[in-house]
Design a protein around this ligand. Structure first.
Ligand code: 7TS
Length: 414
């Protein structure tokens, strides 16, 4: 039976849930309540089938063969590139580079662009709410080049201090690398304005879109970002595939990433010339199956409608926040004016990990800990938080279960 969501009459969340086989499973004899979507989202059947269709129907290596299977596989792989181009508003498919995920995309820029363009005394700006994958690659680069890493401070509410950011921008700033939606706080950063300010100062900007690509409409040309990285597995797609977008002139100028097959034009023992974009950065046999299946995920999101998904998730977030704040001793961490998809919290006298384990006993999956944002946790003097993160298939009833579970756990622990 299909029932309409009580909070979003236009958005039939129960029909959507039917498309995700895993949502029917039990955990600890209770129906699964999956609220760890910021770590990885669940996959609709269309994505799972796209993977098995490839292996059972047209498994072949791409770009190399002239036989039918190779042509079919190449066509499907390149169709994903086209779908990604549309999904993020890129000007051309050649600016879409397939990676393993956000982490690899950021590392690619640090390695290829950074090694060529960063010199001693240069400055790179990140923010105090970055995931480790948008901290460590820049630290490595700064150490190698004797450059300086500067950090935009985070306010008590979990927003970036834009005044401090303006003050950090100097003519020594070469790159700003910032997260669009924080995975630990849910904060939506005003990246468009921040990009304009960086460009004014002559710096390039990389946007970490790991959390934003699934929640926000992304238009890389409107943002005018120089690089944009995201992961397939957080947009209902498979693990092991991600995307790095870059402005054409930058991608053309940057030195190559890995050497090997596919990224070359001609190889002799004396000299090698490199392939055109985007193949220049795609050495070796890529993750063909998962890249093909990423298109099924993007098609699914588009067909469901990003605006409706956003509205649904915003309602869940508001509902959850309101009820969480009524729990005695509970503090929501991150009260930015603009938030997307998730809520982090701590409960006085309890450890986040204990809450996570006890919620799991109720079949409720949340993430606990530092969320790969140790400097941010230090900023708030916390060992970690409990994080509930929402997806298109979550329901108000699931939020009710979370709240009821927390009340029960608190009674037990305190
Ligand atoms: N940037 C942000 C903002 C993220 O949230 C993550 C993953 C990454 C980068 C790295 O993405 P990956 O796909 O390359 O691993 N965030 C999380 C999380 O919050 N819980 O598990 C992974």
């Amino acid at each position: 039976m299909t029932v309409s969501s009580p909070i979003s009459p236009v958005f039939d969340v129960y029909a959507i849930r039917q498309a995700f086989p895993i949502l029917g499973r039990m955990v600890k004899d209770k129906p699964l309540v999956y609220l760890d979507n910021a770590a990885t989202s669940q996959k609709p059947l269309a994505v799972i089938e796209a993977i098995s269709d490839y292996y059972s129907g047209y498994n072949a290596n791409i770009h190399r063969g002239i036989h039918t299977l190779a042509e079919e596989a190449t066509g499907a792989y390149e169709a994903t590139r086209h779908a990604v181009k549309q999904f993020i508003g890129a000007a051309s498919g050649e600016q879409i580079i397939f990676t393993r995920g956000t982490t690899e995309g950021i590392n690619l820029v640090a390695y290829c662009w950074g090694r060529q363009n960063i010199r001693a005394g240069d400055q790179i700006i990140i923010s105090g709410m970055e995931h480790h994958s948008n901290i460590v690659p820049w630290q490595i680069l700064c150490e190698q080049k004797n450059a300086l890493l500067k950090v935009i401070p985070v306010t008590e509410d979990g927003e970036l201090s834009l005044t401090a950011y303006q003050n950090l921008l100097t003519d020594q700033t070469k790159l700003v690398s910032i997260v669009q939606v924080s995975n630990a706080l849910g904060t939506v950063n005003p990246v468009k304005e921040m990009i304009a300010a960086a460009h004014q100062a002559g710096a390039l900007v990389l946007v970490d879109g790991a959390q934003s690509a699934v929640h926000l409409d992304i238009d890389v040309q409107d943002l005018d970002c120089d690089f944009f990285a995201f992961s397939g597995h957080k947009v209902y797609g498979p693990t092991g595939v991600g995307v790095l977008y870059g402005k054409r002139a930058l991608l053309e100028d940057m030195p190559v990433f890995q050497g090997g097959g596919e990224m070359i034009k001609e190889v002799t023992f004396e000299h090698t010339t490199y392939n055109e974009l985007p193949y220049k950065y795609e050495a070796g046999t890529p993750n063909i199956a998962d890249t093909i299946a990423l298109k099924a995920a993007l098609d699914f999101v588009n067909a469901t409608g990003k605006a409706d998904i956003r509205k649904h998730e915003a309602e869940l977030l508001a509902y959850a926040t309101e009820h969480l704040e009524n729990i005695p001793g509970l503090t929501v961490v991150g009260n930015a004016k603009q938030k997307a998809g998730l809520v982090s919290f701590v409960i006085k006298g309890t450890h986040p990990q204990d809450i996570g384990i006890l919620l799991d006993n109720l079949g409720i999956a949340v993430r606990t800990g530092h969320h790969c944002c140790q400097p941010l946790m230090k900023r708030f003097n916390l060992p970690g938080t409990v994080r509930a993160s929402f997806a298109m298939y979550n329901t108000k009833q699931e939020v009710d279960k979370l709240i009821a579970g927390l009340h029960k756990i608190i009674k037990m622990l305190l």
